[in-house]
Design a protein around this ligand. Sequence first.
Ligand SMILES: NC(=O)c1ccc[n+]([C@@H]2O[C@H](COP(=O)([O-])OP(=O)(O)OC[C@H]3O[C@@H](n4cnc5c(N)ncnc54)[C@H](O)[C@@H]3O)[C@@H](O)[C@H]2O)c1
Ligand SMILES: O=C(O)C1=N[C@H](C(=O)O)CCC1
Length: 270
Amino acid sequence: MDQTPGIVVTGASGRMGRMLIEVISQSEAARLVGALERPGHDWIGRDLGEAMGGAAMGVTVGDDPLEAFANAQAIVDFTSPDATVAHADLAAQARAVHVIGTTGFAEEHLTRLKAAARHATIIRAGNMSLGVNLLTVLTRKVAEALDTSFDIEIVEAHHAQKVDAPSGTALMLGEAAAAGRGVSLDDVADRARDGITGARKTGDIGFTAIRGGDIVGEHDVIFAGPGERIVLRHVASDRSLFARGALKAALWGQGRGPGEFDMLDVLGLK
Ligand SMILES: NC(=O)c1ccc[n+]([C@@H]2O[C@H](COP(=O)([O-])OP(=O)(O)OC[C@H]3O[C@@H](n4cnc5c(N)ncnc54)[C@H](O)[C@@H]3O)[C@@H](O)[C@H]2O)c1
Ligand SMILES: O=C(O)C1=N[C@H](C(=O)O)CCC1
């Protein structure tokens, strides 16, 4: 009998859902045991492979997380904040590792995820790629080394369908820069500029979001100082990058105790 961890993918028809299904079903380290979509979605009740336009996979797309999670060792969740928070309680009940790629959480969502992590292994990151996680480490180091005569600006670009801004990645980079400076991001984030804004406040960390076309994900962290500028950049050109990171997290989480972890834990970058 196959002893590899069984994984359920939520948001199966989404940009990331499809990518996750491809990556997990090609992996020898895990099995795809379920696929979920939101109630009312036209994939519900269909074979997943056929719904994706290929050969049957023997997995029927469902809309009942309780039933799907019962036989899973990991849930990989790239959906919406409300859906993910609901899934967190059910994943905890099923004792399945919950890998969360969803972004755009409000404070109330984060509080609920923290509560769920008292009983469950949650691995959450706004970006699952090695490169971006390494970039957060570099950003923190550069911010630590420079004083506030260097203005920090984070510029991100994503596809036209993205619904949240700033991106989860931009916020991760902002948190890293703020940590390097020994301040709280909430106190220094400047997330909206329009009209007569006045001069830039020293110490602020600014965010700019570009949306258009099919951009997968690009992030610049700019340190603009007197007479010079440092730019740290990450460009994602293929979504499978995020799916491979999420699978790595699901495998890393097996046998871990409850708690909230991130990709720095998974990648050994802490
Ligand atoms: N962390 C990362 O590395 C990373 C990478 C890419 C995208 N993301 C994030 O992942 C999320 C999804 O991105 P996307 O581009 O795939 O979006 P998408 O809109 O293409 O897909 C989301 C899917 O979730 C489904 N869904 C919504 N509610 C659901 C529910 N209750 N149960 C099951 N399925 C449900 C939707 O029907 C949709 O198919 C976004 O928050 C995005 O920012 C994170
Ligand atoms: O396509 C998206 O949506 C992405 N979301 C993540 C974010 O918000 O940073 C990661 C990059 C792609």
